[in-house]
Design a protein around this ligand. Sequence first.
Ligand code: AMP
Length: 597
Amino acid sequence: MSTEVITHFAQLALSAPVLQAVNEIGYESPSPIQAQAIPPLLAGRDLLGQAQTGTGKTAAFALPILSRLDIGLAQPQVLVLTPTRELAIQVAEAMQTYARHLKGFHVLPIYGGQGMDTQLRALRRGVHAVVGTPGRVQDHLRRGTLKLDRLTTLVLDEADEMLRMGFIDEVEQILQHTPAEKQVALFSATMPAAIQKVAQKYLRDPVEIKIKNKTSTVAAISQRYWEVTGLHKLDALTRILEVEEFDAMIVFVRTKTATVELAERLEARGFSCSALNGDMNQVLRERTVERLKKGSLDIVVATDVAARGLDVERISHVVNYDIPYDTEAYVHRIGRTGRAGRKGEAILFVAPREKRMLRAIETATRQPITPMQLPSHADIADRRVTQFKQTISATLAAQELDFFEKLITDYQREHDVTVDKIAAALAYLVQKERPLLPAAEKSTAPAAARADRAERQEKPRGRDEARRGHTAERSVEAGMVRYRMEVGRDHGVQPKNIVGAIANEAGMDSQNIGHIKLYDDFSTVDLPAGMPKDIFKHLTKVWVCGQQLRLSVLSGDGQQGEHKSAAAPAPRKDQPKHAKPHPKKSAKPKPKVKMKK
Ligand code: AMP
């Protein structure tokens, strides 16, 4: 194999349509696992890859597999086994994206909990690739509805997770159903003995790849992370930009497209910001870095490649908006701050499924990364007020104000108002464009808008009153149940976060989310009665603004005024999985809860 250093996808022998898709998506360069895994996979070799989620391993196997696929043969040529349905869906979606220029390509995710019919219909129509959880795949094999006689490649994704979840026997049985002549790729974050055994038994002379997590020291940099829940990353970043004291900042994202998009969105929110990516010509890139150095620009949104070697003393903050692929990239990124003996701050956004990478980074840097609370609206307001006062002081110190003083004295005499009042009116005018009391983040969800309005109209009540479960201020509508959630204003929550979390996590149409009310350290939400137990349980564990919701029933649907303990409202036996409003209350048209598949 050639020893050339791979820095561009074009250096890999991917098929033209696959390369075109990668270019359009905007990946700037192959991640380490992609650079190492794609050539042997394209050559038909077996592969044993030690890498975790977030390293770009999906593309590492999907791109070469798609490059070798026979599109004319609509039979399963590729099978990817994953431990969870979420990962199956994610991998199938990624494959579909990378195959956007392969006309007629079909990939089918199959997993338990989804109706068999849909899967059977799709299988009958013909698919090129199947991505599934071991149980359901085995089910189809047993029924003879999935045939693997034309299989050319099998991928075991997150093998250690499959082992941990007790699927390894099923995986082996599936392997025994596959043709002897095939390519096998096994990916696992760790290599316990049981996985090594599977590898020895089913992989033939595999190329072994390990994405090393080197240890490095980054002592001068204080590191924090925010777990992405409830709020969009863009809104979270906006809050940080408002409140953190920073000189200059680099925000890291994964794609060239994202550098431009995020820079534009931040500019639209009033921040001086520019993209830095490999698509920009040298002159433009140098000019951007120069502006950052001189202080005419404060925020740069960059990819790893574009920021390589960047040395600007002013950079006080690095924000990892998208988590890096490996610990080395992380260390390189945060090394852009703390230059020339200064102190640096690093902030990392971590989605729940990226927690493993967070732990790997902590191990590699031998430094704890502490969880952070996002600044609340109150923090933002404080900061804006402080800045406003500073502007007043600076103006008093530096400006010639005689003309204006006379103007105010005249006004005071003519209108008989106090100087305080006049000053207040002028202060109002000055801050009108950027109110000192910030409004909630914008949302397109109607329920969120409703909830925002409700939040603004109703002042929060005292803690104790609400803790007693006193719900006199607004009774619960028929067919609805009021729940208490253990996240409140003190945690920086807004109705919008609650709507987002419930809509996503419960698969509920946001239209059906009723009245939301915020208190200091908790809040309440009205939801259609008859929530299935599993969804209730799931919502209880969901994190919003760093707090677990720990849902409990307050009142409603026949329970008005009672403060119930954290028991799920039991769904009726005859109720379908999709919750229905309570049958007894029929005064008003009842909302339906739609669960997204
Ligand atoms: P994975 O490790 O496969 O879960 O991928 C993690 C994320 O990295 C996904 O959101 C991919 O879209 C993204 N990604 C994969 N390869 C690249 C690349 N070469 N450049 C930028 N982003 C990538």
